[in-house]
Design a protein around this ligand. Structure first.
Ligand SMILES: C[S@@+](CC[C@H](N)C(=O)[O-])C[C@H]1O[C@@H](n2cnc3c(N)ncnc32)[C@H](O)[C@@H]1O
Length: 307
């Protein structure tokens, strides 16, 4: 599971794009799939689904006038029922009852996590993505689920611009996005600043590669120290100059040590690791932060500038 999720996320992206951009098909294999057992209404819905595909999130959308019948948006997803299967591995790390809470879902895609948070009673759910095709899917799904923009709002917004929201959220999802960014730490600092302090939580996931083991790093190393850089447990980011899994939007892939170090460096404490690649984080004590950008202040009290 640890490696599979990130890799398949990457593979899906690869399937959506050509060498010089993106070519969109009408379905996972380029054709609308009509299943013999489906009612006429379900077939209509399936055609609508395929017309705005391919989908990365497999959502179950109710068929009009057919109680209990639904169509799936990505029934042939290579990971199976994704992200439901993944969610079942870490969903318990999020409170069942989110009554009165606010949620931000960054890189919301088809809206799976946004809809789940709405189901758990969140008072405000905002899903953002920079990709208008995924946002169209999320809005289509919202309508079919009988929800409105007051229940779940979707907005086109890139992660580098999240500080424009000028708002903090009780729960922030930042899943499957970091490795798609050329400037991951810049983004993570901004994301960390949106988690309500105190009390908020960040649910974070990234593709990871390299050894699972981590090592306690020293506060400092002499300039002559070279050996630590040969230790694969030392925080490492693998830079993808060309493509990984056929996907040119994969740029930086951390090992677990680097994921954890970056989260800490952005002013976050890792409070739970419910499954591989997933981290639940809480903002460190506000007084230890430099403003709310998330850049941690070292023990001597002087801000370590990230500018
Ligand atoms: C691998 S999918 C993950 C979707 C969902 N968060 C999940 O975990 O299932 C990555 C998503 O992040 C979005 N994304 C990538 N770069 C982004 C950026 N700079 N700003 C906002 N969204 C971005 C993509 O459009 C896509 O919907």
């Amino acid at each position: 599971m640890v490696e599979t999720v990130g890799k398949l996320q990457a593979a899906h992206r690869a399937g959506r794009q050509g060498t010089n951009g993106r070519a969109r098909g009408t379905g996972a294999n380029g054709t609308a799939v009509i299943r013999a057992a489906e009612s006429a209404e379900a077939q209509v819905l399936r055609r609508e689904i395929d017309a705005i595909g391919p989908w990365f999130h497999n959502l179950r959308l109710p068929v009009d006038g057919a109680a209990g019948e639904h169509a799936e948006t990505a029934p042939d997803h290579p990971l199976g029922d994704f992200p439901s299967v993944f969610w079942s591995a870490f969903g318990q790390a999020v409170p069942d009852d989110l009554t009165g809470k606010s949620v931000l879902d960054i890189g919301c895609n088809g809206g799976f996590y946004s809809f789940e948070m709405q189901r758990r009673g969140a008072a405000r759910v905002l899903g953002i993505d920079h990709d208008p095709v995924y946002l169209r899917q999320a809005e289509f799904a919202r309508e079919r689920l009988g929800l409105s923009a007051r229940d779940v709002e979707f907005r086109r917004l890139g992660v580098y611009d999240v500080d424009q929201l000028a708002e903090q959220f009780d729960l922030v999802f930042f899943m499957g996005v970091l490795y798609h960014l050329r400037h991951p730490l810049y983004a993570l600092e901004k994301v960390a600043g949106l988690v309500r302090c105190p009390g908020g939580r960040l649910v974070f996931q990234t593709m990871e590669r390299g050894v699972q083991e981590t090592v306690q790093v020293a506060e400092d190393y002499p300039f002559a120290e070279r050996g630590i850089f040969y230790d694969e447990r030392f925080p490492r980011m693998y830079f993808v100059e060309h493509r990984y899994a056929g996907d040119w939007t994969n740029w930086w892939i951390p090992n677990p040590a680097a994921t954890q170090a970056m989260l800490r460096s952005c002013g976050l404490d890792i409070v739970e690791r419910p499954c591989g690649e997933v981290y639940v984080c809480a903002p460190k004590d506000a007084v230890r932060l430099w403003g709310r950008t998330g850049a941690a202040v070292p023990a001597d009290g002087l801000a370590r500038s990230s500018d």
